[in-house]
Design a protein around this ligand. Structure first.
Ligand code: RRO
Length: 307
């Protein structure tokens, strides 16, 4: 039977499906993804200070996916680092990606400095949250210079912990941003964060549905944007890619891997279909591979670039 194990940087994942950082905010929910058979999980982004999140409602599903404006709810790096320590202790071998968010180089360095001693398998720099622009400015991932500088500074102190950069789809040339991260020494790219932001109106209340009015768009409707971004990044860099954004069915999984992803984020689909989606996708991916005589996943990575 086909083998779903796959190496990403220096870590072997049991399967390519990971929970991306996003709308799940509590550790018990993250742990459910481990129990449900995900190959890895990404924790909710931590900031220097505690954040209470945006006004309710923060999450809304619609026909083609979801809108979210969680607003970076998190306990802040002091308490957050304690929680990270606990979950790493409980799951010493399981690939856990610690996500960090800041708006300045110096803040990122402080955050990374707190997390590196805990030796997680990965640190992900969230350079692309679309929901705090009014408060904190444009996402850093829209500027290749700023992105490169941050990665360079973080890599000076990250030691052996691989660093990933999570990029925004809301740019002219995502390949160029990925290239700038690679040149600065980043170990992998996570693509993409949510699209937009977008807005939906409550026609009875005659006002925007989300408490923050606008929110990042995720789910099946953004899948073609994800595929295009992963494809362009794969052409631009040699480092591995986590493809995330709207993956819902096994056909999406095959597409995103053929576009160039090594790991595949499944986030919004766990909301829409439940956590059993991890086992379902694993089984269906194995069936696809068996039918097509692929023994290893790496045989499929980037195949769409060969023709
Ligand atoms: O918390 C959020 O509102 C949020 C974050 Br940090 C992010 O990176 N992407 C997103 O869609 N929402």
């Amino acid at each position: 039977m086909a083998n779903l194990k796959i190496k990403f940087c220096n870590t072997t994942f049991d399967n390519p499906f990971i929970l991306p950082s996003g709308i799940m905010t509590s550790l018990p929910d993250h742990k459910k993804a481990i129990e449900a058979g995900a190959g890895g999980i990404t924790l909710k982004s931590l900031t220097l200070e505690k954040r209470m999140g945006n006004p309710m409602p923060r999450v809304w599903s619609y026909d083609c996916g979801m809108l979210n404006s969680v607003g970076l709810i998190n306990p802040g790096i002091e308490k957050g680092a304690e929680e990270v320590k606990q979950i790493l202790k409980e799951n010493p071998e399981f690939p856990i990606i610690v996500s960090l968010f800041a708006t300045k180089e110096k803040e990122f360095v402080t955050l990374v400095d707190k997390i590196v001693p805990l030796q997680p398998k990965f640190i992900e720099l969230n350079l692309s949250c679309p929901n705090v622009e009014m408060e904190l400015g444009k996402p850093l991932a829209m500027d290749k210079g700023a992105t490169g500088e941050i990665v360079k500074e973080v890599k000076k102190i990250s030691g052996k912990v691989p660093v990933l950069a999570k990029l925004s789809p809301n740019v002219q040339n995502i390949g160029e941003i990925a290239k700038s991260c690679e040149a600065a020494g980043v170990d992998g790219i996570t693509a993409i964060n949510t699209v937009g932001p977008g807005m939906l109106i409550d026609i009875n209340k005659k006002k925007p549905i989300l408490g923050a009015k606008t929110g990042g768009v995720s789910g099946p409707g953004i899948f073609p944007v994800t595929v295009k971004c992963v494809y362009e990044i794969y052409e631009a860099v040699k480092i591995p890619i986590i493809g995330v954004g709207g993956v819902t069915k096994w056909q999406d999984v095959v597409q995103i891997i053929m576009a160039g992803a090594t790991l595949v984020g499944v986030g919004t689909a766990t909301y829409l279909k439940g956590m059993t989606i991890y086992e379902q996708l694993k089984q269906e991916l194995r069936e696809y591979m068996d039918k097509n005589n692929y023994k290893e996943l790496k045989q499929i990575v980037g195949l769409a670039h060969n023709s």
